[in-house]
Design a protein around this ligand. Sequence first.
Ligand code: ATP
Ligand code: MG
Length: 751
Amino acid sequence: MSENKDFLRTIVEEDLKKGKYKKIVTRFPPEPNGFPHIGHAKSICINFGIARDYQGHCNLRMDDTNPTTEDTKYVEALKDAVQWLGFDWGKDVYFTSDYFPKIYDYAVELIKMGKAYVDSITEEEIREYRGTVIQAGKRSKYAQRTIEENLELFEKMKNGEFKDGEHVLRAKIDMSAANMKMRDPLLYRIRHAHHFRTGDEWNIYPMYDFAHCLSDYIEGVSHSICTLEFENNRDIYDWVLDTLSLELPRPYQHEFARLGINYTVMSKRKLLELVNEKKVSGWDDPRMPTIAGYKRRGYTPESILNFCDQIGIAKANSMVDVAQLEFCIRDDLNKKVPRVMCVLDPLKVTIENYEGSEEIDAPYYPHDVPKEGSRKIPFSKELYIERDDFMENPPKDYFRLTPTQAVRLRHGYIITCKEVIKDDSGNIIEIKAEYHPNSKSGSDTSGIKVKSAIQWLSAKEAKVVEVRLYDRLFKDEAPEGLEDINPDSLIVIKDALIEPAVILEKPDERFQFERQGYFYADPIDYTDEKPVFNKIVGLKDSWAKKTKTEKIVQKIESKVEVKKAQVVGTEVAMSEEQKALFERYTNELELNTEVSNILARDEKLSLFFEEALTKLNSPISIANIIVTEVARELKESSELKFNAKQISELVKLIDEGTISSKIAKQVFEEMSKSGENPTQIVQDKGLVQISDPAKILPIIDDVIEKNPDNVAKFKAGNTKLLGFFVGQVLKATGVKANPKVVNELVEQKLK
Ligand code: ATP
Ligand code: MG
């Protein structure tokens, strides 16, 4: 059990302590209308997990009350998911449809109690009569029907004597209930449809609100745990059980927050659309957030259980970053799976000073994994390396093979490039290299320094495999629809190469392909003739590679682009220097992103800003005045009359409360005309802000005396008039009074 008890387990423990139940019984009650997704995994973990932790039992129940959307293939998928996650529902899977006769009897009982009636108004009228949140509903005239009449009609509904929609059975509760769900909820509807289990036996089907609580009761469930959207249904749940006097051990409903994950969609309806529109290969496409999808992709059950444990159980809905799920699988596999070499995009390397062949013994697991096992890697004159691992004109930080930089072949020798062979169009097609015989990994006496080790394969023995590189299905964090699908979510490489041992020895189904990521032998398409591997996840979070700053810059750039595209074309991306400035402004100086963006992109402004900062450490105020006033002035005149030091001085006057920011604008105007120092301007013009209450109070008294009507209104509760009084006082002082002080004094006076 997790160390921190969640609120559901707290409830369960209290109920046990009080002796409310002898045994804890939970249930996982999916509707078999689609494959379960990772959200269901959370529900499975909660329900089966609680049952396990308290020596209880969890039922697997198919909530099959909607004949038109349900199917046995979904039942199988649900069973498979629960089993794969390692949970056991016992002997039988339960079906709500098995309780149809009992549920029918309960409905008859309610009718006999006068607590349910057959209604015959249209669907539209039902909606209309229900009222609104602020308006009570109104009861249908059919609610007057006698018990006998209701019994007869209900039986005829059951016998198929009416058409779909002609009648419904409703609970007689309260058409003006604050909880709209309680306004005579529907219990049964007519549906002439073939049910995948009961066939054509039933012409009426119970609604969720009626079937669910009764199924829970029939099964002896103690804790009926569901997601938050059912919070308002809880009243009906209790009403049904209470009205039918179904007593303890009766179930109670408890709600928790649904799991949402970014970069994907999570409702079965939307997932079905992806399948139907053939955007994916099926429910078990490795890009789907379905349990079948994760399973086929190569996720382990442990990683999913771990994930569910990590995200915890809460009462408020939230979105979980898919990176957290990816972390869980990476974390799990890192310690478990063998590491081998695979080359996705081969480049031929001929070792000119090597003849014959040899086998290099290499461990499957690195030192820090408590597992053992090794394989032989053939080495020969003709090798393949990853095309990316050679560069003719490398950038500064390139640590792999170049014409002047040696590299180590992982587990093997160091090689040096001797010649680069190209085809007619200038593409590199082969590297002629030399190996250093005394540089073998583990017994290296060559003294040659290399900066990295790369994967490689002996050409003759390497096996061809298909590799399917999967990425997130949606490019958007909160996808709206099919148009947000990531076009690169699947890239198929038909002729990747892999070490022979992977195919011949099959040391595992999952592997780390060194430097590439984690991969899984596709459980369906893999054959010995054509091995297929699915990429489970990369070695690190490639989506998080971009720094926070880069992401913000990108966001602003795309926003600016949209704005500017309509007027002057697109704004260019920031240079490295500008990005560095932007980072300093947002992170270090805590300027907002818009201000930082303007400053970072304009060299004149940023120089001006940096200089002003050396005189006064008040970055936010200085930046604000520079991106507004100074920027405008720069645009309008070719030369500035004032300098950075004077701007600092002006800001200091504001910061210290000598002048208000409104007066500062006036001072600035003067500065840009005359180039005079701000302190001087303030003195000459008598602009010093008045903060002395002794000077302000008489003015307030005066304003109050002149406006008796507004004073009366204010005292009667019209507090909006505070602004009026403050305004009048400021006006009377020539806007020189300190607004903050005025505000406080006026409030005191009028109290
Ligand atoms: P969807 O809206 O995705 O189709 P659903 O709620 O209709 O899902 P059901 O088959 O009725 O799916 O759900 C079975 C159980 O799984 C319910 O108890 C439901 O509350 C729970 N469940 C469904 N989606 C989630 C989720 N995203 N997070 C947690 N629990 C979920
Ligand atoms: Mg549903």
